[in-house]
Design a protein around this ligand. Structure first.
Ligand code: GLY
Length: 352
C-alpha cells in the first residue's frame, strides 16, 4: 500500500490537538493513539470550557464528560458517557476499546473502570467554571434563593445576570455554539453566563489510508445530571467506515442524534457526495426535520448550531455548519490550517 501524508480534520478548537497528534505520529505512534493524546491536550486545558478539566458542569455543579473513539480498520467504536472525576475521557474510551468487549460504559461504571486502570480522580471544576455555574444559578429565577454577589452588594435594581461572567473571558468564539441557549433557558435572561454545546472532534487518515476518529466533550452546560449527548454515541458524534470516510459532529447533540448525524455524513459520501456536500446534505436533513417551535427562529430556521466534519478515504476534507461564521481545522502533514465552514443559513443582522 502506498505511503501517504497523514490528514486530520477537527473542530475549531483542534489546533493544539492536531499539533500534538502530529508529534505522536512523527514519533512512530499510531493515528488513533495520536488523536486521543492530541485531544488530551485540550481536555487538560483549564481555559477550554467545553471539554475535560474546566468543562462547564451539569445543573448540580458536577462535570460529566462524554467521549468516544472509532477504529476504522477494526470497524469498532467505544465510548464513555457521564464520566465524573476523570479528565481524560477520550483516553478512557480508548481503554474501553482496547480492554473490553463493550462499546459504552456510563456513569459510575465508567468512573470505576477508569480508576481501576489508574486514571487520576480529581475535581474537574476550575475556579472559572465554578463561577460560571454559580452565575448560571444566580440568573435562573427571581423567585429562588440564589442571588449573584453583585446583587448582594448593589441591591436588586439591576438585571439578575449583572455581574456574571466577563464577556471578554466568555468562551464565545467563531465556532463555539455558546450563542444559542438550550430551549427553556433564554440567553436574554443571562447573556453573560458562559454556556456551551462545545465539543472537540478529530478525524484522521494515516499513512496507510486507514481512518480513525475521536470526540470528547463536557456536553451541554448545566444539563440534567445523566444527560448524554451525541459525542459518545457511535454514528452520532462520530463514525468511520474504513472503505469510505470518517465524520464527526459538534453543536446541539440532541439534533445530531435524531438523524444519526455522523453515520449519515459517511453514508452521503458513500453515495457520491463530496465531504462538504455530505455535511450540507445532513444539515439540511436536520433543519427539515426540526419541527418543534421552540427550536425554530423567527425566520423558520433552527435556532441552534450543528457543525459537521468529513474526511474521505482519499484525504479530501469538508465541513459545514447550520449557520454562517464557524471554522474548522485541517492538518496535512505538518501544515495546520483554520478554514471557514460552509453553511446552510447565512448570517442575518440579528444572529442567534
Ligand atoms: N455535541 C455535544 C453535546 O451535545 O453534548
Amino acid at each position: 500500500m502506498s505511503q501517504r501524508t497523514c490528514v486530520m480534520i477537527s473542530s475549531w478548537n483542534g489546533v493544539p490537538a492536531a499539533l500534538r497528534a502530529g508529534e505522536v505520529i512523527a514519533g512512530g505512534g499510531g493515528m488513533l493513539e495520536a488523536l486521543v493524546r492530541g485531544i488530551g491536550v485540550v481536555e487538560d486545558d483549564p481555559e477550554e470550557m467545553s471539554v475535560g478539566y474546566g468543562g462547564l458542569p451539569n445543573e448540580d455543579g458536577v462535570v460529566e464528560l462524554d467521549a468516544a473513539v472509532m477504529d476504522g480498520p477494526m470497524h469498532r467504536g467505544a465510548a464513555v458517557a457521564g464520566l465524573r472525576g476523570v479528565r481524560s475521557a477520550a483516553a478512557v474510551a480508548l481503554e474501553v476499546l482496547r480492554r473490553t468487549d463493550h462499546s459504552l460504559l456510563v456513569g459510575e461504571g465508567a468512573r470505576r473502570f477508569a480508576l481501576a486502570l489508574g486514571f487520576k480522580d480529581e475535581d474537574l471544576l476550575t475556579p472559572r467554571s465554578r463561577k460560571a455555574w454559580l452565575d448560571w444559578k444566580a440568573s435562573l429565577s427571581d423567585r429562588d434563593a440564589w442571588i449573584s454577589p453583585d446583587q448582594a452588594t448593589s441591591g436588586f435594581g439591576r438585571a439578575l445576570w449583572a455581574g456574571a461572567a466577563d464577556p471578554g473571558t466568555s468562551p464565545d468564539s467563531p465556532d463555539s455554539p455558546h450563542a444559542v441557549p438550550p430551549p427553556g433557558q433564554s440567553r436574554a435572561a443571562a447573556p453573560n453566563v458562559p454556556f456551551t454545546f462545545g465539543t472537540i472532534h478529530v478525524s484522521g487518515l494515516d499513512a496507510n489510508s486507514d481512518l480513525f476518529a475521536c470526540t470528547s466533550t463536557s456536553g451541554l452546560s448545566y444539563k440534567i445530571a445523566g444527560r448524554a449527548g451525541d459525542s459518545p454515541i457511535i454514528g452520532a458524534g462520530l463514525y468511520c467506515d474504513n472503505a469510505v470516510g470518517s465524520a464527526g459532529a459538534t453543536g446541539r447533540g440532541e439534533s445530531v442524534m435524531q438523524v444519526c448525524g455522523s453515520h449519515a455524513v459517511v453514508a452521503a459520501m458513500e453515495a457520491g457526495r463530496s465531504p462538504t456536500d455530505a455535511c450540507l446534505f445532513v444539515l439540511k436533513k436536520i433543519a427539515d426535520r426540526t419541527r418543534e417551535k421552540r427550536l425554530i427562529d423567527e425566520h423558520g430556521r433552527p435556532n441552534f448550531n450543528v457543525t459537521l466534519y468529513a474526511l474521505r478515504k482519499d484525504g479530501e476534507t469538508g465541513s459545514a455548519s447550520m449557520h454562517e461564521g464557524y471554522e474548522h481545522v485541517v492538518a496535512r502533514g505538518s501544515a495546520v490550517e483554520t478554514r471557514p465552514c460552509a453553511f446552510l443559513f447565512e448570517k442575518r443582522t440579528q444572529r442567534h
